[in-house]
Structure formats: structure tokens, C-alpha cells
Design a protein around this ligand. Structure first.
Ligand SMILES: Cc1ncc(COP(=O)(O)O)c(C=O)c1O
Length: 455
């Protein structure tokens, strides 16, 4: 019998996170305080984050210990299996070996609890009682709701309206974990009310939802804000994915030639790839691919610039690939990939040619998701289907070139609550969409006067 799942014993779970800032060839430029144009100080961030996470955000230590209390919760679903996609390989008639790191086995169904659990813990020890956040696809909102209930914190989630309507069961999951979930733009914040006054039918965006959650944290008692992607400490917490994967490949005596993940704000990608990029920096020949939708082509077409992380311009200015903080992506089904910016760490690694960005149209990603469902059996999140599309392309390329490559991708989440997207695809209602150049340039006008980072 072929070994299908490579398990890592619980006692082998990584005990430290990997901080790529210690190894990057080009250091990150600092986030800027928009009021002064100067680098943000830890105090600037205190209204929305606890000091222990701010320190982690700014740390350049290579290895950071995972607290015992965090490991105790992670161990309920980690280490996650590394699986071999034999049936997909046969279907594609490829000599390539295709592996996937299955993050869909977490209680929330995606990689997001890896950082939610860590963030809830650090907030709890800092004396915080309540967390506010945004969610796109609903995966992050579920993850934070789960983490808050595990650590006895209250949680309020602002869910992008288009997803709120497409995914009623995600709302119910959050409620089952004791959180409050509202549709964003909402009437609960000044910013939400302003957006609704201008456009009562606004379908929402991650940028708007972030603005609402940040306002909530800054104006409510004992409340901090929690972000599910983009920031350095989130990428750090996710590296447990790649660190486990490395140990699992050692068990089978293999090493990937190609590492693939989808990118929304960059967290599942960073999680799987950063330990491999470390190897690449030290001379290893490994190709690293980040996949996004053509409807929201942040890293394939956007400029590297200073921009706000949210639509209300409340966050510091981050040096990143961006489509402009006012950019409203079309309501495609991969809700978690509808974000105007990209993690500064991932952005820098793209600039330094350590990561290759790539974009796919919606129909191609669903086609790939269907092939995966009908070979491997798993119905994946629409975001994950972007990574699958790239893995299939790479496996087909290996077939044409006649080389037996090893490919690994991050199966960032299951799609069992994303079936509305599959329904639209199967009934022929989904269409491809590429962002028109004029629309992108118009959105970028908003940042033309901002300070420019060094490329
Ligand atoms: C299943 C899944 N994959 C990927 C993403 C993209 O986010 P990130 O780039 O932070 O991994 C999301 C975001 O919601 C998601 O739910």
C-alpha cells in the first residue's frame, strides 16, 4: 500500500516559530505614522494591539518560543498531515509527486487558528477581555471566535457583506463559539454608517471591515483588534505549517522542488514557504509560487508603495504591493483573496526575486478544484483552488519536460461552507474577470502623494 498521509508524532510538534526577518537579504522598511511621516513607535500601536504582540511584530529574532499554553491548544489538531495526491498524479499522467499540507483539519476548517490561538493567548495574558476583527470568507472570523472561546475572551466579528450573505453557516459557527457577527458595512461604527450613507448597497470589502474593527477596538473598553493576515506576527505564527512540512518530508526522504500557496494577505503562503525561503536564501534550489486572482491582482500588477491597510486610512502606512486602499474588488467567490494589499514580508521577498507571483482567473481555479474533488475527494475552499490550479500547471509542465519534480501546496481550507461558489460554477453562472487597467490606475490615484518606499 502506498503511504498516503505522513503524520508527525505530537511530541515532534515545532516548539519555536521561524522569523524570516533574521534572514532576509533586504531588511523591511518600517511602517510609517501617517500623521508624522515617521516610523511608527510601539506606543502608536498600543490603542489597538497589546505590547507583547507589538514586540513580536517588530522582532528580528530568528526563533521565537511557542508558549506552552499555545501548544496545548494547537495540539488538538496539529501536527496536520502532509498528504500525497496519488490519484491526482495519475489523472494528470505526470511524473511529478504532488503533496499537500492539509490545514483543513483544524476545527475552523483552515490554517487561520494557528495565529488566532496565539493572538488570543497573548491578548489574554496582557489583560484584554474582548477582541474585534474583520472577516472576508468567514474563515478568519471562525478561527478567532474559536480561539476566543478557548481562552475565555469576548469576540466581535465584522463580516464582509458579500460573504455574510453567501455564507450563512459561517455566521452560525461564530455564534456557536459565542462570538457576535455583523455584516460589514454595519450600523455599529461611525465608518460603517458613513459608507452606508454614501452607498446603501455597498457589498463591503476587507478594507472596510478592517476599518470598522479597528474603530471598535480603539473606542471600546478593554478591547483590542486582531488581524488574521498581513502583519509580521501573523506570518510568524503560521510558520508552524512549513516547519512541520520540513520534518514530514524528512520522514519520507524527499524535498520539494516547487512550493505553492494562494495569497490574500499572505499568511498561509508565508506559513508554508518561509522555512523553505530560508533554505533558498542559503543556496537551496527551490521554486516558490504565490497565487492570486486576476480580479484582485495585487502582487502581479500593483505597484510596491506605502499604503494604508484599511479603507478608512486608520492603520499605519505599510510598504507593500497594493491596488490602493480604496480598491473594491469584484465580489468573486474567493472572498479571502479580495484584499487590496499584501504582507510587507511577502512583498519584500517578491521584490528580491525569492518568490514568483502568478494570477489565475476564477473559472480555471474552480476547474482545478473540481479535478481535485473528483480525484482526491476533498472539496477545497475557493481560495485554496488557486494553489491547486498552480500545482496542476506545474505537474503538467513536469510531464511535458519529462522531469519527476516534487511539488507541495498548502491546502489552506476546505470548501464545505463555500458550496454557493461551486453551485454558481456548476450552473454556468460564474464568469472570468480581470481588473481593467483604467480601474486600477484610478484606485491608485489615492496614494500618489504618499511617501515612496525604496524598491
Ligand atoms: C481557506 C483560505 N485560504 C487562504 C486565505 C487567504 O488568506 P492568507 O493569504 O492570509 O492565507 C483565506 C482567507 O480568508 C482562506 O480562508
Amino acid at each position: 500500500m502506498e503511504t498516503k498521509k505522513i503524520f508527525l508524532p505530537e511530541k515532534e510538534i515545532p516548539r519555536q516559530w521561524y522569523n524570516i526577518q533574521a534572514d532576509m537579504p533586504t531588511p523591511l522598511q518600517p511602517p510609517l505614522n501617517p500623521a508624522t511621516g515617521k516610523p511608527v513607535s510601539p506606543e502608536d500601536l498600543l490603542p489597538i494591539f497589546p505590547m507583547n504582540l507589538i514586540e513580536q511584530e517588530m522582532s528580528t529574532e530568528r526563533w521565537i518560543d511557542i508558549p506552552e499554553e499555545v501548544l496545548e491548544k494547537l495540539i488538538t489538531y496539529r501536527p496536520t498531515p502532509l498528504q500525497r495526491a496519488y490519484a491526482l498524479e495519475r489523472y494528470l499522467k505526470t511524473p511529478a509527486k504532488i503533496y499537500y499540507k492539509n490545514e483543513s483539519v483544524s476545527p475552523a476548517g483552515s490554517h487561520k487558528p494557528n495565529t488566532a490561538i496565539a493572538q488570543a493567548y497573548y491578548n489574554k495574558v496582557a489583560g484584554v477581555k474582548r477582541l474585534s476583527t474583520e472577516t472576508g470568507a468567514g474563515q478568519w472570523g471562525c478561527a478567532l471566535s474559536l480561539a476566543c472561546t478557548l481562552f475565555g475572551l469576548e469576540c466581535k466579528v465584522y463580516m464582509v457583506k458579500v460573504s455574510y450573505e453567501q455564507k450563512p453557516y459561517r455566521q452560525l459557527m461564530m455564534k456557536a463559539w459565542g462570538a457576535e457577527c455583523v455584516s460589514s458595512p454595519s450600523r455599529d461604527t461611525n465608518f460603517g454608517r458613513k459608507v452606508l450613507a454614501e452607498d446603501p448597497d455597498c457589498s463591503g470589502s476587507l478594507g472596510i471591515a478592517i476599518s470598522e474593527a479597528v474603530e471598535d477596538a480603539a473606542t471600546s473598553e478593554n478591547t483590542k483588534y486582531s488581524l488574521g493576515s498581513v502583519l509580521n506576527h501573523v506570518m510568524l505564527h503560521q510558520t508552524i505549517i512549513g516547519l512541520e512540512t520540513q520534518k514530514q518530508f524528512e520522514i519520507v526522504g524527499d524535498y520539494p522542488d516547487v512550493v505553492i500557496a494562494c495569497v490574500g494577505g499572505g499568511s498561509n503562503f508565508s506559513g508554508l514557504s518561509f522555512p523553505y525561503i530560508r533554505d533558498k536564501i542559503h543556496g537551496k534550489d527551490v521554486q516558490v509560487i504565490a497565487v492570486e486572482p486576476t480580479a484582485c491582482p495585487t502582487v502581479t500588477r500593483g505597484p510596491f508603495a506605502y499604503d494604508y491597510g484599511d479603507t478608512a486610512a486608520k492603520t499605519p502606512l505599510l510598504p507593500m504591493f497594493t491596488l490602493g486602499h480604496n480598491f473594491l474588488p469584484k465580489p468573486i467567490h474567493a472572498g479571502g483573496l479580495r484584499y487590496h494589499g499584501m504582507s510587507p514580508l511577502v512583498s519584500r521577498l517578491i521584490l528580491d526575486n525569492l518568490v514568483q507571483p502568478r494570477a489565475y482567473n476564477q473559472l480555471q481555479t474552480y476547474k482545478a478544484g473540481m479535478i481535485f474533488a473528483q480525484t482526491e475527494g476533498l472539496i477545497c475552499a475557493p481560495e485554496t483552488n488557486h494553489a491547486i490550479a498552480a500545482a496542476i500547471d506545474e505537474a503538467e509542465k513536469a510531464r511535458e519536460e519529462g522531469v519527476a519534480k516534487t511539488i507541495v501546496f498548502c491546502l489552506s481550507g476546505h470548501g464545505l461552507l463555500d458550496l454557493a461558489g461551486y453551485d454558481a460554477y456548476l450552473s454556468g453562472k460564474l464568469t472570468d474577470y480581470s481588473l481593467p487597467e483604467e480601474e486600477m490606475q484610478k484606485s491608485l490615484e489615492a496614494i500618489s502623494s504618499f511617501p515612496k518606499p525604496v524598491v
